[in-house]
Design a protein around this ligand. Structure first.
Ligand SMILES: [Zn+2]
Length: 1323
């Protein structure tokens, strides 16, 4: 090789003249370089070929290689090389490599290797194939100890050369030589050998690939040798590259079927020829397995990811082969390889490749469950983060694997899991399911099944109840699992059993009870919710399109667990839910669709539990007893019911079950057959079997059910007019009369009980039942009320009474009569209490009881020496009846008179007004009500008896005298004191008596008698008080006494006034007497109690009206200073600024009334005339607005107008104002709510009695005081004003108007100064 140093400018290569080298080689071998030099290929080849010769200095060779290396990167050189001499350099390079090896010149060998690889890369074929062929030949024989670089080079070439194996001459020799030299101690060589072997294996160039005539080659021996040697390499080396090559080789070989059998499958043959193999110098199988186990450990802990995954894949490959792998597995486990894999996992940082490879291997280990579980227990804590990791990735390839490992661990060694671990697992699994809520099942079926199974394992674990959050996780997961599998469209048939099993275990978990009660309760509610919705819907759709018997049975078993729970209201609620979701129809649908005995018995079991719950009394037992004989078709059931069963015990118990089912159906509006068919079967049953129930079944309990069922069927048939059999009815009535049964013991349909209580024939037994009811009610009122939906209760009875379609009210009254005659006081008390309670619930039923003659029964009660308790209850009942009954039902007075006399006798004989006992006070209240009704002309005779009862009158006198004597201290005797309460009652009696007198004794009464003093205590022969006593009580009494007394005084004065007008009588009292009445009433016009004030102002108006009767009265009226003061106060208030913002107080209303009365006097006082001057009226009119106009004010202006106090301007203003008022009332009333129906409140205490009597006293004129009544009065007053004004206008047209009144300067009054300064004067 030479370079001529030619410096001439570059010429194009094609035009370059051919230069020969100094050695006379052909010019064509001399190739140019782009630097301008030339390279003679022949010289270079010769130099390289001689590299092995001692005579050739190695630096020459190195120099040549360096130049060649540069040239190979030079396109100018490369182009002709490729075109003309592609093969020329291959052989010399191979020789250079061999030569360098012979010289043990590693640097030169490495250089030659690089150039050879470069050449193969840049020239390609045939240079590369030539190199492969030559190098392979070199490596096929002799020791490889010096051939590291040759091996390396071949390896690289095998990697890069296309179809490289084809150029290797003797592959078998090469492989044998390579295998043989794996024994060489150098890691480097072994690594290279392994790589070449690996490449050969990849290229299918090993003897196991059938690449050559095997001849006498012992492939088995070679294979074992290779395996053993490479495993030893793997065991010894610390070099990851070596490990990588080794693992790669083994994995590639292992995938070749013939080789695969080497390690494992010859186990069996090994067993057979054990003796022989013992003699060979190969390792025993066991030793080689141990070697394998030992060898992989180092690689597993390598820091190189490829080594680790390769090793894991190698193990996986061996373990997943078809062969019997038990021995290998056992050895690997014994040699703790599993621990290493867990360690890999622990350090993996969730590297996905490592996770996948490790988990796959671990799952294979799990095949040998017994041995592996200990390892699993140790590695379990490592598994949990992995579980969490794979759970987060949908469809992660080893998601189900990890779950399976967790599940295996839980099943085999549940004890090792800690509470936090179990909680964490539950949390992770919940997250998996939660992700699927809205979509399709985005996990494998296996994953879903394992999730359910693991959760079930957790639920079953002994300390599951200590995991605080478990109930809430299970609540969520069970809901998701069920809704994913049962309500989803996806085909999830294989998943359904698992989600149902989870639900069932969760339910059992709840029933076991837990220390976290609240969350367990939530879980239970959620499960019941799921059952009541999704599962029930599934059942309903199953009847239409179902073919899944297994699921049906599973669901029904879950229902059965819920229903058969011992305590709690939840099972009842659930039974009600099922029953009201057409359970009975559904159940026959199931039995029709799945006609197996299993389904039939499960369905009947659930039905029996439902019947137990909704009917009570263990009626479900009848179904459980008979379920094997029960038909699965309703028509057949009806047929069986209509048979005679006296000889057939099984049939008889079937019939009991059928009766129970029919009865349960009746409450949920379900009909298994047509009504007439049911009636016919029940009738036939009664006719053929009477009341003969199988002796195992409680006869009275069954008879009760039969009675109720028959009554129900008859009740519903009645409305459809289905014909019935009178014979069957008679038979049943006979049973009812003669046999033992109990109306109250089971739930009863209102249709049934109504029908029963319409039948006169069975009144006697029903009366007996009612007496039992009354007794039970009194003993345990609360229990009866709380179970109201289940049994006959007071609510049901009172509704039946109110409906008026039954005989219950007369039955109760006759029962009461009977008890008064024959029974004990307790029995009377209980019946009275029940009637009282019925009135509590529906006061309107009073009328019915009166028309049934209850008043006579009351008389009977007061004739007997009963205790105060019974009398008190009875008195309240009488009071309430009198209060709520319609007056027209009092027509039969002859019943009331004896009762009234009896009550009067009772009250006058034993009354003690210092006692706080209730019973007499209520009786006084009753007398008040009798008098009240008499003022509407009912109960006249009893009222007369009361009013004219001399004992009562003297009692009243004593009490009133006692009160009047007390003077100012009377004020303390209010309703809360015994005396005050009694006094109030007596005064109320007086009030109602005064009102009643007018109606019943009008003709014979001289009302002015009440205006007299009398020394005689017995001055009156009737119930009533003179005015001065009333005034005294008004003056000194407590607010309630003031109210009643003023009400009485008003009543009296009105009556006197009416009578005087009628007969034109002179006033018989003294001036002083009249003046004192005026003084007392004036004093109370400003009372805080607006009702008292109203009464007093009305009294004053009445007395003012007497002015026209005579001079005496005129003087009395005129001398009153108070009236003037009242009026002046009044006008100040009316003209005060700011009036517009508030409406009138009631005091101003009363003052307006007094003003009207004053203006109506025949001679209006001068002070009043001067008070209402033009200015003042203008001020008042200006101050009014539509909102504060009341009827009283309008009346006042009407009167002022009539008396000509108003000028035209006033009238026009008021006209406009009142028009506005009228419009507002009309608009307002269309929006105003309708007057509320007055709710009758039933009386239960003396306070109630008093309140009720006060209400009667004040509401005498119907519904005064309501907004509507006020508005009506206002409209009426406005109409009167308009009438008056138009009348006046007509007068004006016909006659000249009188001169307008002018404001006078002669003002009287205390208020002059104030007014001069006030805004009114300026206006
Ligand atoms: Zn040459």
């Amino acid at each position: 090789m030479e370079s001529d140093g030619d410096t001439s400018p570059p010429r194009s290569p094609t035009a370059a003249p051919l230069h020969a080298c100094g050695a006379g080689h052909p010019a064509s071998h001399s190739l140019p370089t782009s630097a301008g030099g030339r390279v003679c290929l022949s010289c270079a080849a010769a130099l390289l070929s001689s590299a092995g010769a001692a005579s050739t200095p190695s630096h020459h060779v190195a120099h040549a290689l360096a130049n060649l290396s540069l040239a190979l990167a030079d396109p100018a050189f490369l182009r002709p090389l490729r075109a003309a001499h592609p093969r020329l350099l291959a052989a010399p390079l191979a020789e250079a490599l061999e030569g360098a090896a012979d010289r043990r010149d590693a640097a030169l060998a490495a250089q030659a290797c690089d150039v050879a690889v470069d050449l193969a890369a840049v020239v390609g074929s045939p240079a590369d194939s030539e190199l492969v062929a030559r190098l392979a030949r070199v490596l096929s024989s002799g020791s490889l100890v010096k051939h590291v670089h040759t091996l390396h080079c071949l390896g690289l070439l095998l990697n890069s050369t296309k179809d490289a194996a084809a150029y290797i001459g003797d592959k078998c020799s090469l492989v044998l030589n390579l295998v043989n030299d794996l024994r060489l101690p150098s890691d480097e060589i072994r690594g290279e050998i392994l790589f070449v072997l690996y490449k050969l294996a990849i290229l299918n160039a090993t003897p196991w690939d059938n690449i050559c005539e095997i001849g006498d080659l012992d492939l088995l021996a070679i294979g074992r040798s290779l395996l053993q040697l490479s495993l030893e390499v793997l065991l010894k080396t610390q070099n990851d590259a070596v490990r990588l090559n080794c693992v790669a080789l083994l994995l590639t070989l292992a995938k070749k079927e013939p080789f695969d059998h080497l390690l494992i499958s010859n186990q069996s043959s090994n067993n057979c020829i054990e003796a022989e193999s013992m003699q060979t110098d190969y390792m025993s199988l066991n030793a080689s397995l141990v070697l394998f186990a030992e060898a992989v450990k180092g690689s597993l802990l390598s820091t190189n990811l490829e080594v680790q995954t390769g090793t894991l894949d190698l193990i996986f490959h061996f373990l997943s082969s078809d062969a019997n792998i038990c021995a290998l597995l056992q050895t690997l486990i014994d040699e703790n390889v599993a621990d290493y894999i867990f360690e890999v996992l622990r350090l993996s940082g969730n590297n996905d490749l490592l996770v996948i490879s490790s988990i796959r291997v671990l799952l294979l280990f799990a095949r040998l469950e017994e041995k592996f579980k200990e390892k699993l227990a140790i590695g379990f804590s490592t598994l949990l983060p992995v579980l969490h990791y794979v759970a987060e990735i949908p469809f992660h390839p080893v998601q189900s694997h990890v779950l399976r490992l967790v599940w295996i661990c839980m099943v085999n060694c549940s004890g090792i899991l800690s509470l936090p671990q179990e909680e964490q697992i539950a949390c992770t699994l919940t997250a998996i399911l939660r992700r699927n809520v809205n979509g399709e099942l985005d996990m494998s079926s296996e994953t879903f099944i394992l999730v359910c199974s693991i959760l079930i394992e957790i639920l079953k674990s002994p300390h599951a109840h200590d995991i605080e959050k478990l109930p809430s996780f299970i609540e969520e997961t069970s809901k998701y699992a069920i809704s994913l599998t049962l309500s989803h469209e996806c085909d999830s048939t294989i998943l359904i059993p698992h989600s149902l099993l989870l639900l069932k275990e969760a339910l059992i978990f709840c029933l076991e009870g837990s220390k976290y009660i609240a969350s367990t309760k939530d879980l239970e509610d959620s499960i019941m919710g799921t059952c009541g919705t999704i599962l029930l819907q599934w059942l309903q759709s199953a009847v239409v399109d179902g073919n899944d018997e297994e699921t049906l049975a599973e669901i029904l078993q879950i229902f059965q667990i819920i229903l058969s729970r011992a305590s709690d209201k939840k099972p009842l609620k659930f039974a009600e839910l099922l029953a009201s979701s057409s359970w009975f129809t559904l159940s026959f649908g199931f039995m029709g669709l799945f006609s197996t005995d299993h389904v039939k018995s499960v369905v009947h079991l659930v039905t029996s539990s439902i019947v137990d719950r909704v009917l009570g009394c263990n009626y479900g037992e009848t179904i459980r007893d008979a379920h094997i004989y029960l038909p699965s078709d309703p028509t057949e059931m009806m047929y069986l019911l209509g048979q005679c069963s006296t000889e057939d015990f099984n049939l008889a118990s079937c019939q009991c079950a059928i009766l129970s089912i029919l009865y349960a159906c009746s409450f949920y509006n379900e009909r298994l057959c047509a009504n007439n068919q049911i009636l016919a079967s029940v009738e036939q049953y009664i006719l053929l079997n009477g009341g003969n129930f199988p002796y195992e079944i409680n006869g009275s309990i069954m008879l009760t059910l039969l009675v109720h069922l028959y009554a129900f069927v008859r009740g519903i048939s009645y409305s459809c007019s289905i014909p019935h059999s009178p014979e069957a009815e008679n038979t049943l009535f006979h049973l009812i009369i003669h046999k033992d049964w109990d109306l109250l013991v089971i739930r009863v349909h209102s249709v049934a009980i109504k029908w029963l209580f319409q039948k006169q024939e069975i009144m006697e037994p029903l009366a007996f039942q009612m007496l039992k009811f009354c007794k039970t009610f009194c003993e345990d009122e609360t229990v009866m009320l709380s179970n109201s939906s289940q049994l006959v209760d007071i609510q049901m009875i009172s509704e039946l009474v109110l409906s008026g379609e039954t005989t219950i009210s007369s039955l109760l009254v006759s029962l009461l009569d009977q008890m008064i005659k024959e029974g004990t006081e307790d029995e009377v008390f209980s019946v009275v209490s029940v009637i009282a309670e019925i009135l509590m619930i529906s006061p309107r039923s009073s009328d019915q009881f009166i028309s049934c003659g209850i008043v006579g029964s009351f008389h009977g009660i007061y004739c007997l020496p009963y205790s105060s308790r019974s009398r008190t209850v009875c008195s309240y009942l009488i009071f309430n009846i009198l209060r709520s009954a319609n007056a027209s039902t009092f027509g039969q007075e002859d019943e009331w008179l004896p009762l009234a006399l009896k009550l009067l006798e009772f009250i006058t004989s034993g009354i003690d007004y210092t006692s706080s006992s209730q019973e007499h006070k209520i009786v006084v209240g009753i007398l008040c009500l009798v008098l009240h009704h008499s003022s509407s002309e009912f109960l006249i005779e009893p009222a007369k008896a009361i009013i004219l009862n001399s004992s009562l009158v003297s009692l009243m006198d004593v009490i009133v005298n006692k009160a009047c004597v007390k003077g100012p201290s009377l004020f303390q005797h209010n309703q809360e004191t015994t005396f005050g309460e009694f006094l109030i009652l007596v005064l109320l009696l007086v009030f109602f008596s005064l009102r009643s007198l007018h109606t019943i004794l009008e003709a014979s009464i001289d009302w002015q008698d009440f205006l007299q003093y009398s020394d005689d205590v017995q001055s009156f022969s009737v119930l009533g008080l003179p005015c001065h006593d009333l005034c005294r009580l008004m003056h000194f009494g407590s607010p309630s006494i003031k109210l009643i007394a003023s009400q009485c005084l008003l009543e009296l004065l009105t009556r006197i006034s009416d009578q005087r007008s009628c007969i034109n009588a002179e006033l018989r009292c003294s001036m002083g007497y009249l003046k004192s009445i005026i003084a007392v009433t004036e004093g109370l016009v400003f009372s805080e109690d607006s009702k008292v004030a109203g009464n007093c102002s009305a009294c004053l108006s009445v007395i003012l009206g007497w002015e026209k009767f005579g001079s005496q009265e005129k003087v009395a009226v005129r001398e009153s200073k108070w009236l003037r003061l009242i009026m002046e106060e009044f006008v100040v208030a009316l003209t005060a600024p700011g009036l517009t913002s508030k409406s009138f107080t009631s005091q101003q209303k009363f003052a307006a009334n007094i003003a009207v009365s004053l203006l109506r006097l025949s001679q209006v006082p001068d002070w009043l005339t001067s008070l209402f001057d033009g200015h003042l009226i203008s001020g008042i009119v200006a101050n009014l607005c539509a909102r504060n106009v009341t009827a009283e004010i309008v009346n006042l202006f009407s009167e002022l107008m009539a008396r000509k106090y108003l000028n035209q301007e006033h009238i026009v203003d008021l006209h406009n104002l009142f028009q506005v008022c009228r419009r507002q009332v009309y608009e307002g009333s269309s929006k105003a709510p309708l007057p509320e129906q007055r709710v009758e409140k039933v009386v239960r205490s003396t306070n109630d009695v008093l309140a009720s009597l006060f209400a009667l006293m004040l509401n005498q004129g119907s519904d005064s005081g309501t907004v509507q009544a006020e508005q009506q009065r206002l409209l009426r007053a406005i109409d009167l004003f308009f009438q008056e004004s138009s009348r006046r206008e007509q007068q004006c047209v016909t006659a000249p108007s009188p001169p307008q009144r002018q404001g006078t300067s002669t003002r009287l009054g205390i208020l002059d100064q104030d007014r001069a300064a006030g805004p009114v004067a300026q206006a």
